[in-house]
Design a protein around this ligand. Structure first.
Ligand code: AHR
Length: 501
């Protein structure tokens, strides 16, 4: 199999917004407790944050972190998580059937965000709560002082306002599983009034309305249209969520799931623009793909789960090479739509369907999926080129015929270009040729690949470095640049980063 493409700086999609490389921390399982926060751990700092995890987060290149949920937020009282820790209540979390101790709350999260150097993306509870509580939280977080809630924050040790700009108006309100689930009409009105009131307090906010929880929701499309009829002019983004998994060993369909993400993005963009036309609005909405990942959800729903315990092991998926390559295809798809998808969050960050794993009292380590994300976050900055691979294709049961090559390219501020490429063929290498139309590059700085003879290989506590990217030299198919012709042999089922300088 072979594929060719053209890299031409005259044809661009747009500039990548750094918020595309966000992640997500929910009060779920061990994401917070014994994940990023573990007082008493040998690597914990003075606030209980694990410095070994902070170091991995820095290496991962995460820019934004969404918090505190997820399904969790829809029954959460933010007041429970502020003030003296000894006085904070233990509560039932109905979403995950766990006990929330509230030892970690807004102040601890903001300390984490500062130390990790990430932008906070805060979600408000629009499941069991409404306009008033969202405004109270905003006052506590962002108002300088001189009012009840802003003074409370100052008493709690945060003299300066947090200045949180990004806010999610609830979470997955289209889902019947959501505590306080709403119809599109109900949610659209609530989102509009919450947005209006929040902007009255702080006009300089970026607000996200809930879109669909997946493209397979029965209300997909109609939900966005109805919600946006109510709040189009009051919000900046509509959210998208998508999780994928390999079903019944159909690896080809799994490797093609970026087709669904593509369809999702195109459909939501079309719906936003339809509402824009109807409302004769000049504003163009952006998409916040604020939950995406591989998640073995069927196994999660089928399993017996602990109930009403503190920080149980939940959703601790162990990711294979195949999963990492799929994560790579999803990153490529987000980059290919960077003109409209301007924020995104890999769900989640630590332990819970996460690129980073920890053991209580023990080490922290990288899953296979860590690597494509770190590559994209590092080199996927700049202008995305319009890249259209032409060549070998194959048929898949779930997504029809797809190209074996999935690719995009980004020209950085320094003029260097990075080509991200996935070979979806599980058994054969793919011959890639690219013509550099107008792109100036003199050599291949690096061709790095994530692949393995065993597509099920994964990193574990016992062997945390079983899978890692390796350089591919020209003798083994690594990329070669000859004049304006780039060629490479991409290994079967592989994630490739080819950097041209
Ligand atoms: O990320 C896990 C869960 O997936 C989130 O809590 C929810 O928003 C989504 O359904």
């Amino acid at each position: 199999p072979s594929s060719s493409l053209v890299l031409d700086p005259d044809f661009t999609v747009g500039e990548v917004n750094p918020r595309l490389f966000g992640s997500f921390v929910e009060h779920l399982g061990r994401c917070v407790y014994t994940g990023l926060f573990e007082p008493g751990h040998p690597a914990a700092d003075d606030t209980g944050l694990r410095t070994d995890v902070l170091a991995l987060i820095a290496e991962l290149g995460v820019t934004v972190v969404r918090y505190p949920g997820g399904n969790f937020v829809s029954a959460y009282r933010w007041e429970d998580g502020v003030g003296p820790v000894a006085e904070r209540p233990r509560r039932l979390d109905p979403a995950w059937k766990t006990v929330e101790t509230n030892e970690f709350g807004l102040g601890e999260f903001m300390a984490f965000a500062a130390r990790a150097g990430v932008e906070p993306m805060m979600a408000v509870n629009l499941g069991t709560r409404g306009v008033r509580e969202a405004c109270d939280l905003l006052e506590y977080a962002n108002h300088p002082g001189g009012t009840a809630r802003s003074e409370l924050r100052r008493q709690h040790g945060a003299d300066q306002p947090y200045g949180i700009r990004l806010w999610c108006l609830g979470n997955e309100m289209d889902g019947p599983w959501q505590t306080g689930h709403k119809t599109a009409e109900e949610y659209g009105r609530l989102a509009a009034e919450t947005a209006r009131a929040m902007r009255q307090i702080d006009p300089d906010l970026r607000l996200v309305a809930c879109g669909s929880s997946s493209s397979s929701m029965p209300t997909f499309g109609a939900w966005e249209a109805t919600v946006l009829e109510h709040c189009y002019d009051l919000v900046d983004y509509v959210s998208c969520h998508a999780y994928y998994e390999e079903v019944d060993g159909d690896v080809d369909s799994f490797l093609a799931c970026a087709q669904d993400m593509e369809h999702f993005i195109d459909s939501v963009v079309a719906t936003c623009d339809h509402v824009r036309a109807r409302l004769r609005s000049r504003k163009r909405l952006e998409l916040s793909f604020d939950e995406w990942n591989v998640w073995y959800q069927r196994a999660f729903h089928a399993a017996d789960k602990p109930e009403w315990t503190v920080a149980p092991r939940l959703l601790e998926d162990s990711y294979s090479v195949t999963d990492a390559v799929v994560v790579g295809t999803l990153l490529i798809t987000l980059l290919r739509h960077c003109d409209r998808v301007t924020a995104a969050c890999l769900a989640q960050l630590v332990n819970v369907i996460a690129p980073i794993m920890t053991e209580p009292g023990g080490p922290a380590w990288r899953q296979t999926t860590f690597y494509p994300f770190a590559d994209a976050a590092r080199y996927g900055r700049g202008q995305v080129l319009r890249v259209e691979p032409v060549g070998s294709r194959h048929d898949t049961a779930a997504h029809g015929e797809v190209s074996l090559l999935h690719a995009t390219a980004v020209v950085g501020a320094d003029g260097d270009t990075t080509l991200f490429a996935v070979n979806r063929d599980t058994s054969r290498p793919l011959r890639l040729t690219a013509r550099l139309g107008g792109l100036t590059a003199s050599r291949v700085a690096e061709h790095r690949v994530l692949a393995d003879a065993d597509r099920h290989a994964r990193n574990t506590l016992e062997r945390p470095d079983r899978v890692r990217p390796t350089p591919l030299d020209p003798d083994n198919g690594g990329a070669v640049l000859d004049g304006d012709q780039l060629s490479a042999l991409l290994p079967p089922l592989s994630w490739n980063v080819i950097r041209l300088t």
